[in-house]
Write a protein that binds this ligand. Structure first.
Ligand SMILES: [Zn+2]
Length: 320
C-alpha cells in the first residue's frame, strides 16, 4: 500500500504503515494503518465499505446494556450536588463516606454543568449514560447515534438515530465518550460540534491517545487501535492541532486509562482475542492472570494516568 499524506496535518515525511488485526470480535482480519511522522496520529488507510459488519448489535459493548430509568430521589440529588458543587456539605459528606466518586461526576464538575443544562451525548448507544445522569437529577438529556436501530424515548430522555451532521440546535454540553475515534474527517466533525455547542460552553471528547505507554509497550497489539472500528487514533499533538484549527481552547486534559485495556493488549500479543474462551474478559480463571498480575496492571494504570502516559484521555474543548 502507498504511503499517503496525513489526514490531520497533511505531512508526508516519515509516515509509517502497520498491519493491525481485528481482535475485539476475534475475526483476525488484517487492516493497514498509518502513523503520521509529524502529528503522531494513527489512521486507518482504507475504510471498509461494509463497516457495519464490524458493529454487530449483539456483543458490541455500546449496544448490549439494558436501558432502565431510576427516578432521582432527594438523597441522591443531595449527594450529587455535594460532589458537583460542594453544596449541603454535611448531609452530602455523610452520604459520600466510603463512596468512590465515579468518573461521571468529574465529567459534569470540570465544565460546571447544571441540572437543567441541555446535554447531548454523541454516540450514545442505548443511552445507558444518559439514564445514569437522569438518575442523578439532570433533566435535559438527548442522545444521538447513527448505528442504533431506531429512535427511542425513555421518560424525558430522547435518543435519535442520526449523525451530528443531521443534528440542529445548540446545547450547553456535548459529550463524546469513545466516539470521536470512530469518525472520519475529524476537523469537519469538530467544526460541526462547534456549531452545536453554545458560546462559553464545553465539548468533552474521551478518546484513546496514540504514542503513549501502551503503544510503546504493545505496538500493533495495543487494544485501543481496535481495527477497523477506530478510524483515527489521535495523539496529544493531533488533538491540539485540530482543536485550535476548529476554534476551540483546549482547557483541560485528564488521563483516564483503565487496566482492562492493558490486559486486553497483553492478550492480543499472545494471539488471544477478546471473546476467546481463555480471555480474561470471558473466563478469568482460564486466562492465567492471577490476582498479582491484575494488581500490577492496575498500579501501572494509576502511574500512567498520573504521569500523563496513559492510553486514554478526556479532552475539554471550550468554545470562546
Ligand atoms: Zn499528521
Amino acid at each position: 500500500m502507498e504511503i499517503r499524506n496525513c489526514k490531520v496535518c497533511g505531512n508526508s515525511n516519515g509516515n509509517k504503515l502497520y498491519a493491525v488485526k481485528e481482535m475485539q470480535l476475534g475475526m483476525r482480519e488484517t487492516f493497514t494503518y498509518m502513523e503520521c511522522g509529524n502529528c503522531g496520529c494513527m489512521q486507518l488507510m482504507d475504510i471498509p465499505a461494509d463497516l457495519g459488519k464490524y458493529y454487530p448489535n449483539e456483543g458490541y459493548y455500546s449496544f448490549n446494556r439494558g436501558l432502565t430509568l431510576q427516578k432521582p430521589g432527594l438523597l441522591r440529588r443531595i449527594k450529587t450536588s455535594y460532589l458537583l458543587q460542594g453544596k449541603n456539605a454535611l448531609v452530602g459528606g455523610l452520604l459520600s463516606v466510603g463512596y468512590k466518586v465515579p468518573d461521571y461526576y468529574s465529567w459534569m464538575k470540570i465544565p460546571g454543568i447544571k441540572y437543567d443544562d441541555a446535554i447531548l451525548d454523541i454516540g450514545t448507544g442505548n443511552g445507558s449514560l444518559l439514564s445514569t445522569l437522569f438518575s442523578l437529577g439532570f433533566t435535559n438529556l438527548t442522545g444521538i447515534d447513527p448505528f442504533i436501530d431506531k429512535d427511542m424515548q425513555v421518560g424525558s430522555i430522547n435518543i435519535y438515530k442520526k449523525s451530528i451532521f443531521e443534528t440542529e440546535g445548540q446545547y450547553d454540553y456535548l459529550m463524546l465518550h469513545h466516539a470521536f475515534e470512530h469518525m472520519d474527517e475529524p476537523l469537519k466533525v469538530l467544526q460541526q460540534l462547534y456549531k452545536l455547542v453554545k458560546k462559553g460552553k464545553y465539548v468533552l471528547i474521551r478518546t484513546p491517545v496514540m504514542g503513549m505507554y501502551s503503544w510503546k509497550k504493545y505496538g500493533t497489539n495495543w487494544m485501543d487501535l481496535d481495527a477497523p472500528r477506530h478510524i483515527i487514533i489521535h495523539s496529544l499533538k493531533s488533538m491540539q492541532l485540530l482543536a485550535a484549527q476548529a476554534g476551540y481552547e483546549l482547557r483541560k486534559t485528564v488521563f483516564d486509562g483503565n487496566y482492562m485495556s492493558l490486559i486486553g493488549s497483553d492478550q492480543y500479543a499472545k494471539d488471544i482475542a477478546l471473546p476467546d474462551p481463555n480471555s480474561y474478559m470471558v473466563n478469568k480463571p482460564a486466562s492465567g492472570y492471577n490476582k498479582e498480575d491484575v494488581e500490577k496492571f492496575k498500579s501501572i494504570t494509576i502511574q500512567n494516568n498520573k504521569e500523563q502516559q496513559a492510553d486514554q484521555a478526556a479532552f475539554y474543548l471550550f468554545k470562546p
